[in-house]
Design a protein around this ligand. Structure first.
Ligand code: TPP
Ligand code: DXP
Ligand code: MG
Length: 623
């Protein structure tokens, strides 16, 4: 059947039996392809029928389907003619793992971060109405993403709408881990409320039988919204807000889903379809372990075993272990995650210190202010968060933490390039947005030992401090003697004259290679591990400028507002007699691909950096 789907709307040509076959083929296809490339398997297996039903009920690209996070849009990609793209899924130059407007005109909105789909959908609805256009807008949001504040801001805003807007709540009771919080508990109650559907049907049928008045009573019930369900399911959150609630709808029954969409499109106003799905549906290992198969690397289809054996510690592992260790010594230490306990290495902490562990849901803004409150109340909060997700909480960082100089530790994971998730997930702005905040201290370790030292330092620092480290295997560098971490001080590694390399955090590994390459070309150079991006070690810069002609800064962050620019600003303000070459990522978004490939593409690989340094230095020498 898949062969017959060459483009959007082709699905409508299939018979009911063929559609059933198609659902099976899609699942087999996804399992096979993702077992080779890696990707977000479990969420995608859960929405096969839901996606098919939407593609049957609506016309693409004129109707707009807006995905939340977008990690579950693989079936949508398949149904819109992108089957061949799965061979290169999330590889450099290949198909993205998320919806992308530039990839297909059936992708109505780019996503990657959660809880945006209702806002974007509502924007589309108003644009449509203001322009007098005629199309349907369907925002699909997961129960996990419904823990994010933006979703409620959008629902609140959508409630006053008088034209059609369909919101699909894809409820599989899972975020990446088990979903958390009051809304999740509420949805669980709704899930089991089939009594409503049955009772409503029963009452409606009974009323229909009452001659003359029966029909008008049904109509009256519909219009006044003194709906039967409110009697049966108390506190209908959505209905009470003014959003029509349809559900719960079994999410793996294509016919029922299709009918529900036909009902939904008749409603003049916002309507929420509560669809119950199973994460990992149709692949036993993923059904049993949906968290493991949320985002998974290549695996063996038969056994479900992930192929790459993880032998070495990641930076995340090191962080998680040291934090648990320190928790023994610091009773006020508490850890916070925004729905990323495993991803940020807090799994062990959750196990050992359940009372001191907080999963707040996908709510980074709340997490930051919550941490500020904990700190004000005398605790030592550590918020472990991915660099790109912390972008959301910029105001909270300033207004709630830094302004009051509160001692919150930000463990900023996935800092730098993250690879196959691409533009939305690269952690390439944190040095800029964090170092612009007064009172904030920003540090980055050169290897796993220093990460441990820096975490211990951060936990004892009496103000806001961000410790940034990347995704993946931690650089070892040998557990040689290392200078203690001292506030505002960088670390001299090798001292020469002429050129000085100042590397930030994990770029030290590349800087060592650059220094080696320069040495082989007859050019000696100094190597400094910056350690502190803020405050800047100005004593070191002054000292280096006395016997070097070129300072080279190396960081995996965009140019603007990064470490290099801070060095340039200082050198220029002080009129120091030294040139600065800033090696950083271009001020641009970096697409998906392996980290090695992305570094080569952006000029941050050691070969390109070596060439550029030599080129600039030769020009300086010629003068
Ligand atoms: C702002 C933000 N924080 C965290 C994430 C990481 N993340 C991606 S998917 C996901 C879980 C989403 O759960 P749900 O919406 O229910 O989708 P499901 O995977 O269950 O289909 C999380 C926490 C993100 N994408 N964006
Ligand atoms: C879709 C999403 O935001 C997460 O699933 C993310 O892909 C996790 O990334 P890591 O693999 O780096 O934990
Ligand atoms: Mg979910």
């Amino acid at each position: 059947m898949l062969e017959r789907i060459q483009k959007e709307n082709d699905i409508k040509k299939l018979s009911a039996e063929e559609l059933e076959e198609l659902a099976k083929e899609i699942r087999t296809f996804l399992i096979e392809k993702i077992s080779k490339t890696g990707g977000h398997l479990a969420s995608n297996l859960g929405v096969v029928e839901l996606t098919m039903a939407m593609h049957l009920a609506f016309d693409l690209p004129s109707d707009k389907i807006i995905w939340d996070v977008g990690h579950q849009a693989y079936t949508h990609k398949l149904l819109t003619g992108r089957k061949d793209g799965f061979d290169d899924l999330r590889k450099y130059g290949g198909m993205s793992g998320f919806p992308k407007r530039k990839e297909s005109d059936c992708d109505a909105f780019d996503t990657g971060h959660s809880s945006t789909s209702i806002s974007a959908g509502l924007g589309y609805v108003h644009a449509r109405d203001l322009k007098g256009e005629d199309y349907r807008v369907i925002s699909v949001i997961g129960d996990g993403s419904l823990t994010g504040g933006m979703a409620y801001e959008a629902l609140n805003n959508a409630a006053s709408l008088h034209t059609n807007f369909i919101i699909v709540l894809n409820d599989n009771h899972m975020s990446i881990s088990e979903n958390v919080g009051g809304m999740s508990a509420y949805l669980a109650r709704l899930r089991t409320a089939d009594i409503y559907t049955e009772l409503k049907k029963g009452i409606t049928t009974a009323l229909h039988k009452v001659p003359v008045v029966g029909d008008s009573m049904i109509e009256q019930l519909r219009r006044t919204k003194s709906s039967i369900k409110q009697l049966v399911v108390p506190g209908m959150f959505f209905e009470d807000m003014g959003i029509t609630y349809l559900g719960p709808i079994p999410g793996h029954q294509l016919g029922t889903l299709y009918e529900a969409f036909q009902e939904a499109r008749k409603i003049d106003g916002p309507v929420l379809l509560h669809v119950i799905t199973e994460k990992g549906k149709g692949y036993e290992p993923a059904e049993k372990q949906p968290s493991k198969f949320h985002g998974v690397g290549p695996f063996n289809v038969q056994t479900g075993k992930v192929l790459a054996d993880k032998e070495k510690d990641t930076y995340t592992d090191v962080f998680g272990k040291v934090l648990c260790d320190e928790a023994k010594r610091i009773p006020s230490l508490v850890a916070i995650t925004a729905a990323m306990a495993d991803g940020t290495g807090l799994g062990l902490f959750r196990q050992k210190y359940p009372k001191r562990f907080f999963d707040v849901g996908i709510a980074e803004e709340h997490a930051v202010t919550f941490a500020a409150g904990l700190a004000a109340g005398g605790m030592k909060p550590v918020f472990a968060v991915y660099s790109s997700f912390l972008q959301r909480a910029y105001d909270q960082l300033i207004h709630d933490v830094a302004l009051q100089n509160l001692p919150v530790v930000f463990a900023v994971d996935r800092a730098g390039l993250v690879g196959s998730d691409g533009e939305t997930h690269q952690g390439i702005f944190d040095l800029s947005y964090l170092s612009s905040i007064p009172n904030m201290v920003v540090i980055a370790p050169k290897h796993k030992w220093e990460l441990a030292d820096m975490l211990r330092f951060a936990l004892r620092y009496e103000g806001p401090i961000a410790l940034r480290y990347p995704r993946g295997t931690a650089y070892d560098g040998g557990e040689e003697y290392r200078a203690p971490v001292v506030y505002g001080k960088s670390e001299m590694i090798e001292e020469e004259r002429g050129i000085a390399l100042l590397s930030v955090g994990h770029m030290y590994e590349e800087a060592v290679r650059v220094r080696e390459a320069l040495k082989q070309k007859g050019q000696s150079c100094t190597l400094v591990n910056a350690r502190f991006v803020k405050p800047l070690d100005t004593d070191m810069i002054e000292a280096l400028s006395a016997n070097h002609r070129l300072l080279v800064t190396i960081e995996e962050n965009v140019q603007t507002g990064g470490f290099g620019e801070h060095v340039v600003e200082y050198v220029s303000r002080k009129g120091l007699p030294v040139r600065v070459l800033t090696l950083a990522l271009p001020d641009d978004y970096v697409e998906h691909g392996s980290i090695g490939m992305l570094r080569r593409e952006t000029g941050l690989d050691n070969e390109t950096m070596t060439e550029r340094i030599l080129e600039v230095f030769q020009k300086i020498e010629e003068k």
